[in-house]
Design a protein. Structure first.
Ligand SMILES: [Zn+2]
Length: 379
């Protein structure tokens, strides 16, 4: 019995094992049911959809500037180029100026320091560069004079207007050679510094460091920079010192504080004030609105945006520049570039930026309370 039953049991076991294996294989990898097929098809579809490239495109330079003027300006590489020229970093200009000086000394080892200075000034303040900056200075002077002239009686009285215009008329652009012109500030020849000053004798002048001349051939940067400096001749604290502050400046400063451009505790003239620097940026931005309008008619949208970028490209890292004369008084680049320049309605209009909700709140003479209330009464 044993010998007959054992092969039968063995046969039965092998059969059931084979059947089990077949069934397991069918269940796990056999023909899918309709629902399973549909599910797997939909997975393929989903997968395909995910792999498809995104439909949106990256914003172009103009859109990007309109959206975030500060980030877009400061993300532009060096040199920053527009159709009129370029802007280099502050450090690049100073290095170039020092290299020029080193070459002069190498080639003329017996020269006195005066001879070296003279040669350095002749090279850096070349006729071509002097002409370029003098022309920009005259453009700014005319534009700022017209800006003051065109303000209505609700902004400036006749005598206030005359006082401001008289001050603008006598500002000089002081450029060497001769070297003696900068005799009291010889360091300036290799620096990137640009400044306005009123001498004890009452002379009002703008001076330009040699490194700035080497750095800058962009007309837009010259206009903003010279516009900023010239505005200091009529800024609220400069006129306060001369006791000729126009009445409307009080409202203007209040607007600067409301806009967040000037800290409330730094809104009065004194050692910590922020008013004069913000005023100078604000005037420079108004002038830039005019400059962009006149000069960019035939530009592409990108070139027009490059022009706007170059106006303030060199302000991005100014907060960390030691050479700035009144460093603590300048606002952060985010406010200078992003708000004061970047939100200027004329600039935005020329760049065809979509109007923003708060555009009407930008500080302008005609949006100040006394200008608005006089409009009300004449209605
Ligand atoms: Zn300034």
């Amino acid at each position: 019995m044993k010998s007959r039953i054992f092969p039968l049991i063995l046969f039965a076991l092998i059969c059931s094992a084979l059947a089990g294996a077949y069934l397991w294989k069918t269940r796990s990898s056999g023909t899918p049911t309709r629902a399973a097929a549909a599910e797997s098809e939909s997975l393929v579809t989903v997968k395909k959809k995910k792999e498809a490239p995104p439909a949106h495109r990256l914003p172009d330079l103009n859109e990007s500037y309109c959206l975030d003027p500060h980030a877009t300006t400061c993300a532009t590489g060096w040199p920053s180029i527009d159709p009129t020229g370029r802007v280099l970093s502050d450090a690049a200009g100073e290095i170039r100026a020092l290299r020029v000086m080193r070459n002069i000394i190498r080639e003329n080892p017996t020269w006195t320091s005066e001879q070296v200075q003279d040669a350095l000034i002749t090279i850096i303040y070349s006729e071509k560069r002097r002409t370029r900056f003098k022309d920009s200075f005259e453009w700014v002077k005319t534009a700022l004079t017209n800006f003051i002239k065109e303000q209505p009686a609700t902004v400036f009285s006749d005598s206030e207007k005359t006082t401001l215009l008289d001050r603008l008329a006598v500002i000089e652009l002081q450029l060497p050679p001769p070297a003696a012109v900068y005799a009291d500030a010889m360091d300036l020849v290799t620096k990137n510094t640009v400044y306005y000053e009123r001498t004890p004798q009452g002379q009002m002048r703008l001076r330009l460091g040699g490194a700035y001349l080497l750095n800058t051939s962009s007309w837009y940067n010259m206009i903003f920079t010279l516009g900023h400096e010239m505005a200091h001749a009529i800024d609220p604290c400069e006129t306060y010192q001369a006791d000729i502050t126009p009445k409307i400046y009080g409202e203007l400063v209040a607007c600067f504080v409301d806009a967040g451009w000037v800290a409330p505790d730094r809104s009065e003239c004194g050692p910590e004030e922020q008013v004069s620097e913000v005023f100078a940026d604000w005037i420079a931005s108004e002038l830039m609105g005019k400059a962009l309008k006149v000069a960019t008619k035939d530009y592409s949208s990108t070139d027009r945006t490059r022009a706007a970028i170059n106006a303030t490209r060199d302000l991005c890292d100014q907060a960390s520049t030691e050479d700035s004369l009144d460093l603590s008084l300048h606002q952060q680049p985010r406010i200078r570039i992003g708000d004061i320049m970047g939100k200027n309605p004329s600039v935005r209009h020329t760049l065809k930026c979509e109007p923003k909700k708060n555009d009407s709140r930008y500080c302008r003479f005609n949006t100040l309370p006394s200008a608005l209330s006089s409009k009300e009464t004449t209605r």
